[in-house]
Design a protein around this ligand. Structure first.
Ligand SMILES: [Zn+2]
Length: 350
């Protein structure tokens, strides 16, 4: 079937990919076959395109990209009970081993055996159809669009981070970074009960988008202002309850405790390719709690529920939509990182 294939670093093509039909398209009894509708372009997809690797995951053979997806069920396995043909769905892209120790302990996202779309050697879903387990496929309410549903995957990262932070009503937070993950984290922190969320970035346009999402978001351009000084000024020197690190920048990681109040919590979200400096002294005098997250677990239904109720609105984050036939161009645009864009999506022909 025609797929968006990363042939190797810096080389994409939209072409027939026969291997996918043979290997991955067999429908098991508890699987559903899905016709893809909308697929978001993730920073990780772009990183594989421009660098050919993310940490230990190296693209050694042609790989289909894409993991943020929604679509329609077109066939169900013989034992599928919760989904039927015609259901509109979104899909959680990581499939763990159901018998692994991590899965049995409820931490299926950190199962070392997890198979995650568009992470070598596993193919992604920028292709017309895919087969996916019923257990990781979630039915959409009428009022959640395919475009919003394809945002559930990145939103799940923010909701998982907010959950691990154990937000209390009225908490204050800093989110470092106004990229797609920083923004969904800010929305998740507010939905989780935060009173005020400071969002930092170096790019003014990104901060304008952040500020437009909710009046409780305070944009701080760290090119001209120091986030710690802003926070200390606004909190009589106390600091914020929560800091979410969503830049993946070593500099941000080094200074992550500075705006944090005594007893506060730091959640590390952004991936770091190398070891980073960690200010153990600053963490110690605050008795800071530090949480790390890896993707998400158990949050897709919650995200769908919040989109449906209006508790979270991701529509302003979807800034551009491309046709599938234009996917290679879409990735070229995404790789150029236009400052006014948050999430770009690709729509497949229906
Ligand atoms: Zn993603």
């Amino acid at each position: 079937m025609k797929s968006l294939v990363l042939e190797k670093k810096d080389e994409l093509s939209l072409r027939d990919f026969a291997a996918i039909d043979r290997v991955e398209e067999t429908l098991g009894p508890r699987d559903v076959r899905i016709k893809l509708h909308t697929v978001g372009i993730c920073g990780s997809d772009v990183h594989y395109y421009t660098h050919g690797r993310i940490g230990p995951f190296v693209v050694k053979e042609p790989m289909i990209l894409g993991h943020e997806a929604s679509g329609v069920v077109i066939e169900t396995g013989s034992e599928v009970q919760t989904l039927k043909v015609g259901d509109r769905v979104c899909m959680e892209p990581g499939i763990p081993d159901p018998n692994s120790k991590a899965t049995k302990l409820g931490m299926y996202n950190i199962d070392p055996a997890v198979r995650f779309w568009a992470t070598p050697p596993v193919h992604g879903i920028l292709r017309p159809t895919c087969v996916h387990p019923e257990a990781f496929t979630f039915k959409l309410p009428e009022n959640v669009s395919f475009a919003e549903a394809a945002m559930v995957e990145p939103l799940a990262v923010g909701i998982h981070a907010a959950t691990k932070a154990r937000i209390k009503a009225g908490d204050t937070a800093v989110v470092l970074g106004a990229g797609p993950i920083g923004l969904v984290t800010a929305l998740s922190a507010l939905a989780g009960g935060c009173a005020t969320v400071y969002v930092t970035d170096l790019v003014e346009k990104k901060l304008e988008i952040a500020a437009s999402l909710n009046p409780a978001i305070r944009p701080v351009n760290v090119a001209s202002e120091d986030i710690t000084q802003v926070v200390k000024r606004d909190t009589d020197g106390w600091g914020v309850d929560l800091v979410f690190e969503a830049t993946g920048s070593p500099h941000a990681a080094r200074t992550v405790f500075e705006p944090l109040c005594p007893g506060g919590c730091v959640v590390m979200i952004g991936g770091q390719s190398d070891p980073v400096q960690y200010d153990a002294g600053a963490a110690m005098v605050r008795e800071a709690r530090v949480e790390n997250i890896f993707r998400y677990a158990h949050v897709f239904p919650r995200c769908v529920g919040m989109l449906s109720s209006g508790a979270i609105d991701v529509k302003p984050l979807i800034t551009r939509t491309f046709e599938f036939s234009d996917s290679v161009h879409a990735f070229e645009v995404a790789a150029s990182a236009p400052p006014a864009d948050v999430k770009m999506q690709i729509e497949l022909p229906q």
